[in-house]
Design a protein around this ligand. Structure first.
Ligand code: PEP
Ligand code: MN
Length: 339
């Protein structure tokens, strides 16, 4: 950690800063520059993490050298992590596509969607049984009935299922059906929920909060990992900005930033990012080019009747077209795709 002192810092102030830091077992080295004096602190930086160093007289700024997240950091594991999902692995050379409706609405629609997406190379089926809706009057999902339908369709198609868990009280129930637990954007900083899914060893798909920084997202992953669950996949799904042209603002740059900062795989969700059907393909191409390990795409047999997110859901033929047109981007990114 580097402590930058104020212009004109006195010898007493310098001595006091050093005493404070050294009282936590670190060593200090004072570097007197032409304009500023800085104090390099050597030792276990973590001991200073919760100390309000900026309030010590004479301190201008504090620059940590270590990342605040440990288990999620590249320093912890230089090799990229591969997270199992059914017979696929997210984080390897294959671009893994997860697709399906926003909400599970019934058996027939889920079954036909699953068969269709599987035929075009998707490796997992998504579908919400518990839905986080902005309005309490909107469709809230089928609940356990939806989970049962997901499990039936998995049994028929072999596709693993990804579904959202919204509450600590539902974790065991949802985990007893799901292959991967989705934590939605609105719950990215529900720390009790993160701890709970950390205790269960099911892989977790952690979606970026609407106002979360990349660091916030990685610290949320750290919560899960701190409980012993290393199987976390991060998802960039757009953040809220002042722009109104799209549902959210797709933070494309977050993908290569995350790939550098963490060994965890990163998938992109162009459906929620753009919020419109015709934006899904261009955003998906961009995500693949930027290094995404997977895509999550909303698909519905009849989007105009969807109970949620119909405007951004691809039709079956739209999904087939996307999977075909993605191929050159996947090849250019040095990856393969499901057959
Ligand atoms: C979803 O995947 O349908 C969803 C609700 O996503 P998000 O949490 O990113 O809004
Ligand atoms: Mn949705």
């Amino acid at each position: 950690m580097i402590i930058v002192t104020k212009h004109g810092v006195t010898q007493e102030e310098l001595d006091h800063i050093r005493e404070r830091v050294e009282s936590f077992g670190l060593r200090t080295h004072v570097v007197v520059g032409e304009h500023r004096t800085v104090i390099a602190c050597v030792g276990d930086e973590e001991r200073l993490q919760n100390i309000p160093l900026r309030s010590i007289p004479g301190v201008e700024a504090v620059q940590p050298v270590m990342r605040p997240y440990k288990l999620a950091s590249r320093d912890f594991s230089a090799e990229p992590s591969r997270i199992p999902l059914g017979s696929a692995e997210i984080g390897g050379s294959e671009l893994v596509v997860i697709a399906g409706p926003c909400s599970v609405e019934g058996k027939d629609m889920l079954e036909s969607t699953a068969k269709e997406i599987r035929a075009h190379g998707a490796r997992a089926l998504r579908g919400g049984a518990f839905k986080p809706r902005s309005s309490p009057y909107s469709f809230q999902g089928l609940g356990e009935e939806g989970l049962k339908i997901l499990a039936e369709v998995r049994a028929e198609t072999g596709l693993p299922i990804v579904t959202e868990v919204m509450d600590t009280r539902q974790v065991e129930l949802v985990a007893s059906y799901a292959d991967m637990l989705q934590i939605g954007a609105r719950n990215m900083q529900n720390f009790n929920l993160l701890l709970e899914v950390g205790r269960i060893r099911r892989p977790v798909l952690l979606k970026r909060g609407m106002s979360a920084t990349v660091e916030d997202l990685l610290l949320a992953a750290e919560y899960v990992m701190s409980q012993g669950n290393p199987n976390v996949v991060l998802c960039e799904r757009g953040i809220r900005t002042f722009g109104k042209a799209t549902r959210n603002t797709f933070d494309l740059a977050a993908i290569p930033v995350l790939k550098k900062e963490t060994h965890l795989p990163v998938v992109a969700d162009p459906s929620h990012a753009g919020g419109k059907r015709d934006l899904v393909a261009p955003l998906a191409y961009a995500a693949v080019a930027a290094g995404a390990d997977g895509l999550m795409i909303e698909v519905h047999p009849k989007p105009e009747t969807a109970t949620s997110d119909g405007d951004q859901s691809l039709t079956f033929s739209g999904f087939a077209d996307l999977m075909e047109s993605l191929k050159p981007f996947v090849t250019a990114a040095g990856r393969t795709m499901g057959a």
